[in-house]
Structure formats: C-alpha cells, structure tokens
Design a protein around this ligand. Sequence first.
Ligand code: GLU
Length: 396
Amino acid sequence: MAFETFLNKVTPLLNLSTEQLKNISTPNHVHFAELELSGKKYPAWRVQFNNSRGPYKGGIRFHPDVNEEEVTDLAFWMTLKTAVANLPLGGGKGGVKVNPKELSLEEIEELSRKYVQAFHSFIGPEQDIPAPDVYTTPQIMAWMKNEYEKIVGHPAPGVITGKPLEFGGSEVRNIATALGGVYVTQEAIKKLNITGKRVAVQGFGNAGSVMAQLLYERGYTIVAISDSKSGIYNPEGIDPEEALVIKQKLGSIATVPGDKISSNGVLTVDCDILVPAALDGVITKENANEIKAKLIVELANGPTTAEADELLYQRDITVLPDVLANAGGVTVSYFEWVQNQSNGHWDAITVKTKLKEKMITAFDQLWELYQQNDYNLRTTAYLHAIKKVLSAENKV
Ligand code: GLU
C-alpha cells in the first residue's frame, strides 16, 4: 500500500515501539459489503483507520478504480490530515467500485442508500462521519443522511457532512477544499519568494475547477487545465469560468481555446505553481524530473509517489502535501458537524474567517518544524501527525 511506503520512510525517525508501529500502521476496521443494483454487484468499503483523536472522518468515493488498498491509504491520510489541521477527529474513508457516469440519477440514489444500509451500524455523528470525495456530491450526502435517519428513526444531520445547505450543510463547504488550498498557497509563496503567477491545474472537478477560479480571481494566470479525458495548455491564460461552462455543456474541456495535451501532460508544462487536483499516484519517478513548477500544491489525495517525492525534494521543488493542502474540505466538514451538533448555522464570513485561521495555523506549525529539520514538508507533516495520534493513544 502507498501509505506503507511513506510510513517506512518516516517511522525510523521516530523510535517507535513495536506496539506503536502496529498502532499507526494498522486500520482499526475494514468493513466490506457488496451493493446490489439492477442485478449487478458493486464492491464497497468503509475503512476506519484510527479514532484516537475523535470520531472517524473521511469521504466516500464512487470510482471504477476503487479498491481496498486505496480506501485504506486514503483512511490513513485522513488520520494524518485531521491531526495536521488540529481537528478533534480521526481518520476513515469509504468507496464504491463503480463508474457513476454509467448510472442514471435514480441508480446513483439507490446505490447511495444501499451504502448506508450496508454500513449504518458503523457510522453515526459520534462514531464515523462520512463526506463527499471523488464523484460524490452534496445530493448524494442528502440521500445518505435521509437513509440513515430512516434507519435510526430520528434526525441525525451530523452523521454526514458536505450536505446541501437546506439539509443542514455549511456555508462555504462547496468551495472549502480549494479555498483552504488558496490560503496555504499564498503563505507558501510568501515564504518561498515566488513571484511568478502561472498555474497549471490537473483535474477539473470540485477541487480543481474551484481552485483555478479562485486563483484566477486573485490575479494568477491559469496556463493549463485538464479533466479525465484531456488537457489544454494556453500560455496566454485560460478563463476557468468559461472552461466550466464548456465542460458543463459538452461534458469535456476539449474545446477550451489552447493547445490540446494529455491529462498528465498538464503536470509538466512550463508554470510556477502546479496543482494536482485529480487522482493519486500521478507524479511518479518517470515524470518528476520533467516538472517545471517551483511549488506543488496537492489538492488531490496522494498524487505524488514516495519515489517522486524524493526526486522533487532533491530538485528543490516545494510540495505542500495533501494532508495540509487539501485539509480545507475536512475543516469545513468539521465546522458543519459542529453546527449540526449544536443546531446552529454560521454565515459565510464566519466560516471563511475560521477556515483561514485553521489553515494558516496548520501551515505555520508545519513550516516552523520544517525549518528546524532536514526533511521535506511531507515528512515533517507525517512526523508531527503521527506523534499527535500516538500521544492521544497514551502510548508515547
Ligand atoms: N474527501 C475530503 C478529503 O479527502 C473531505 C473529507 C471530509 O470532509 O470528511 O479530505
């Protein structure tokens, strides 16, 4: 599993006992079910990695490549992410191996409800709180909440986050991953004295398209974008809003003005800041030496392999690791859960102010540790987060 490769790199630096090592490298529970829909069976997982710092927390993804290893990697990363972001939560993740693009809306609803029917006894506002992830939407969260409430027989909006506003969702949650990414990008740019403003974004879903838009509004030039099918390079700059209109109308960004390149080609174009915002394992030892950016902001989970991470560090390319860079999503999920548990509703300005404060605090904490040692930011984040998780276990 990818997380083990990273873990093997950092644990020797920590002097852990066998018990501590086992604790941090083994998920508490791996739940599996097969969800039946129109005569077909879809494998589904909920992995609960660690809850020493609070209830398990993490999204559910619907994707054809979902498998147990990937969900476990993602659940581990959620454990570190909530620790890095100083949220009183643990780490979990869910997934269904399905291509939702091949299903009707009714089928997606049925699958979402079946997911909750299968795993309802393991989730709950004080136990495990799912959320959106790749190809899962606020509407899916609303169906899941409704199914859970039907089963338990009472309202429980805090069972899931990323809901639409009218079902107990939080202001700002829809743009939170990207907005959190913007806050830490701005901090990193100051520290690194990066003056160039050319940005390449891989992935044009909720994280990538909003990140492109928010950076564009702040005066950055978006020189490349991609979706799962293709990429566009345009050194003159791409208008992300226009690209989104095209994507919504035609289902792809292929006709956005510029040179057509491959989806992974976006990673190696000439730019100052690279934002991988799609899937894991895309920056590898094969393309790491071709990357031209000075700063990589990991809006996706796990986009960089351990080998590539090392090569980038040697090349003096700074990587803002996923457990920090994309923590804005789970941070506003946490705010949503707090609002649900206290029957409150915060306005957008309050949420943005709190998000900014959380992200900058997390960034500053890591940056300070990073300055004191010879490790990259990811290793620094891992060491910091693992210590926090183990100390919550009372085992340090
Ligand atoms: N899926 C998002 C992540 O990977 C959000 C998780 C959450 O809000 O719980 O961080």
